[in-house]
Design a protein around this ligand. Structure first.
Ligand SMILES: Cc1cc2nc3c(=O)[nH]c(=O)nc-3n(C[C@H](O)[C@H](O)[C@H](O)COP(=O)(O)OP(=O)(O)OC[C@H]3O[C@@H](n4cnc5c(N)ncnc54)[C@H](O)[C@@H]3O)c2cc1C
Ligand code: FES
Length: 279
């Protein structure tokens, strides 16, 4: 059944938007860590997007996307009140959340929105949440207000120093871990190089590190094998075994290679779509 866009908000003009979707069935069961597969129209491919928030009373879910190629460009062309052909979910395994003490939630780029839902889950169960978020520049930072509303601490970094610490989230993480031995887990969601760097940073501290993998997905239900990742030397399907895994065990180099496997076709597909749109 088509899913209506109740609210659309541009977070970073031209590149990143937030959609609130009327999806009461998904909202009633979705937990932090879950994602949806959506297909915009009959000709569209299915793409995975993380559920960044839910409102069970309103029956809505929130997704935040970065315009990367054809499907996200087509999503960006939809307006508030338009519908998406299918939205299937919640999919994947929910984040393992139990009351244990202090958790550090690290988010980079669009991953901050996905991390927000996980951080909120930890807050709701009574864990002390330290958020660390980063972007290239201040104007590219997402969800600062949303995270500030519940995080016990929020540390910010920008690559160019336009806001917060000048440098990477991993520098703030390293300082925080060195100063605080009570942290029971670090969760990281963001670009693959960032998650790999987070795992490298936490390794000497021996703290549990969870990363959310964004491998290419086709069906999202464990049937096609497109989302294959190697974790601890074993093959896993990110859509049904994840998307969250132990960061120390993930083969990030393989993940990066597989994410780039269709780049030339994706570039062509986006060019053709833009030509169609411009007539
Ligand atoms: C579990 C999961 C959750 C995700 N959550 C978010 C999110 O909340 N916000 C967000 O902006 N992005 C998210 N992504 C990535 C998002 O799915 C891709 O950016 C999107 O599919 C790109 O499609 P496109 O046609 O616009 O770009 P394309 O030009 O087709 O691809 C651009 C790049 O996106 C990746 N990609 C392409 N197709 C897929 C696919 N079917 N599945 C996964 N990655 C793909 C590849 O790295 C590719 O090089 C998530 C991915 C996964 C696996
Ligand atoms: S997307 Fe097909 S098996 Fe995971």
């Amino acid at each position: 059944m088509p899913t209506r866009i109740v609210h659309k908000e541009s977070l970073i003009p031209g590149t990143t938007s937030k959609l609130v979707l009327d999806a009461p069935q998904i909202a009633s069961t979705a937990k932090p860590g879950h994602f949806v597969m959506l297909r915009i129209d009959e000709q569209g491919e299915r793409i995975p997007l993380t559920i960044a928030d839910t409102d069970k009373e309103q029956g809505t879910i929130t997704i935040v996307y970065l315009v990367m190629g054809k499907s996200t460009a087509a999503l960006e062309n939809l307006k508030q009140g338009d519908s998406i052909l299918d939205v299937c979910g919640p999919l994947g395994r929910a984040t393992h959340i139990e009351k244990q003490g202090t958790v550090i939630c690290v988010g980079g780029g669009t991953g901050i929105a996905a991390m927000h839902h996980i951080a909120k889950g930890h807050h709701r169960i009574g864990n002390r949440v330290v958020g660390i978020i980063g972007a290239r520049s201040k104007n590219l930072l997402l969800f600062e207000k949303e995270l500030s509303s519940f995080a016990d601490e929020l540390l910010i970094s920008t690559d160019d120093g336009s806001y917060g610490h000048k440098g990477f989230v991993t520098e703030l993480l390293q300082q925080r871990l060195a100063a605080d031995k009570s942290v029971f887990e670090v969760v990281a969601v963001g670009p693959v190089p960032m998650m790999a760097a987070v795992a490298k940073t936490t390794q000497p501290f021996g703290v549990k590190t969870t990363v959310s993998l964004n491998s290419i997905m086709v069906d999202g239900i464990g049937m096609c094998g497109a989302c294959r990742v190697t974790v601890g030397g074993e093959t896993k399907f990110a859509c049904v075994d994840g998307p969250e895994f132990d960061g120390q065990l993930v083969d990030f180099a393989e993940l990066r290679r597989r994410l780039g496997a269709y780049r030339s076709q994706e570039t062509l597909s986006l060019e053709q779509y833009r030509c169609q749109c411009h007539g």
